[in-house]
Design a protein around this ligand. Structure first.
Ligand SMILES: C[S@@+](CC[C@H](N)C(=O)[O-])C[C@H]1O[C@@H](n2cnc3c(N)ncnc32)[C@H](O)[C@@H]1O
Length: 246
């Protein structure tokens, strides 16, 4: 029998439940405010995570729930062969979390960004037009890594995969795809899948967010594949685990 909750979750839930769902004006995909009943918060007890998160939180657009998921997934990859690749680095926040987690299991992290903002926005995308998130630089990311004494990373500057994929050490154990738009994500994943180790994972940052419907649609397409298992985490992540070679 569960203990009593110290908050008014049921009232909050009822208020949210009674709200109408909504869609982006350019899409028919439904959105609704999500409020799980669960309260377990393991990130608060993970001192190593909290220490790095506090140092990078101003360098990331990603909330603590997704940051903790990236941290914990990267920590679990000891027996999955390969590097970690992040495409979509911006100011380096999630990249630093991945690299710090991966240091313990001897993995290298490749951090790929144009540093000139989002590319390949198109008709599948509802909000992005291209050039967003250009307010960063390679130097900003390298300075962050240096300040955190993180050595196990390489920055790849340019459009991925066309301009920088030849610099990635394969196989890949984990891809963090945070590129915001359909065509970019498709090109990144099509390059990555043949290099992804069985047991390896792909995390899409943008799956569950209004304005990122291009990524939601691309993930719906990937869900049809027989070599991937799909998990929708209601923090907004889509996670795919490679389970077979086809
Ligand atoms: C939302 S930001 C990444 C956020 C970051 N992970 C964080 O911790 O806040 C998206 C980034 O993807 C980059 N980007 C999008 N498509 C790309 C591509 N094909 N190759 C390289 N960078 C890309 C953009 O330049 C932008 O910096």
């Amino acid at each position: 029998m569960p203990g009593s909750r110290p908050d008014n979750i049921r009232d909050a839930y009822q208020t949210i439940r009674d709200q109408e769902p909504w869609t982006h004006p350019n899409s028919s995909i439904s959105h609704h405010r999500i409020l799980p009943f669960s309260t377990l918060a393991p990130w608060l007890d993970d001192k190593e995570f909290i220490k790095i998160y506090e140092k990078v939180k101003l360098n990331t657009l990603v909330d603590i729930y997704r940051c903790y998921e990236l941290w914990y997934l990267a920590k679990q990859l000891t027996n999955v062969q390969g590097s970690i690749l992040e495409v979509g680095v911006w100011r380096g926040g999630t990249g630093a979390i991945l690299a710090k987690a991966a240091k313990a299991n001897g993995k290298k992290v490749f951090l790929a960004d144009t540093f000139e903002g989002v590319v390949k926005a198109g008709s599948m995308d509802t909000s992005y037009i291209g050039g967003e998130h250009a307010d960063t630089s390679e130097t900003m990311v390298k300075d962050l890594m240096e300040s955190l004494l993180i050595p196990n990373y390489s920055v790849l500057t340019g459009i991925f995969p066309e301009e920088t994929s030849h610099l990635v050490e394969t196989p890949i154990a984990m891809l963090h795809c945070d590129v915001d738009v359909y065509s970019s994500a498709k090109d990144v994943v099509e390059w990555c899948l043949p290099h992804l180790t069985v047991g390896g994972i792909i995390v899409f940052d943008d799956y569950g967010f209004l304005g990122c419907e291009g990524i939601t649609v691309f993930c719906q397409e990937l869900q049809k594949r027989q070599d991937l298992v799909f998990i929708h985490n209601i923090n907004g992540h889509a996670i795919f685990i490679k389970v077979a070679v086809i």
